[in-house]
Write a new protein. Structure first.
Length: 85
């Protein structure tokens, strides 16, 4: 089961999961969303395409990277520059 905590910037509840490909640790929004592009397979994050009527969707709940939704995500990017420069 992924580890849960709160974002240091916005205090949203997040889950920390390992990427199935790069083995990097990723923050995901805690709650799944219908249009998410990440699924958990064997406890690891796998990026998938958007849900479609023409493609059988990957089984399981879909999540979104917290970097995509955090209002203060720029402060956590490499280099730590909150203004994006």
């Amino acid at each position: 089961m992924p580890e849960t905590s709160r974002c240091r910037s916005c205090q949203a509840k997040i889950r920390w999961v390992e990427s199935a490909v790069s083995r990097a640790i990723l923050p995901l929004d805690y709650d799944p969303v219908p249009d998410g592009n990440i699924v958990l397979e064997h406890g690891k994050a796998v990026i998938v395409g958007p849900p479609s009527l023409f493609v059988t969707p990957t089984a399981g709940p879909r999540y979104r990277s917290h970097f995509a939704t955090c209002p203060k995500a720029a402060a956590h990017r490499r280099g730590g520059k909150a203004d994006g420069r």
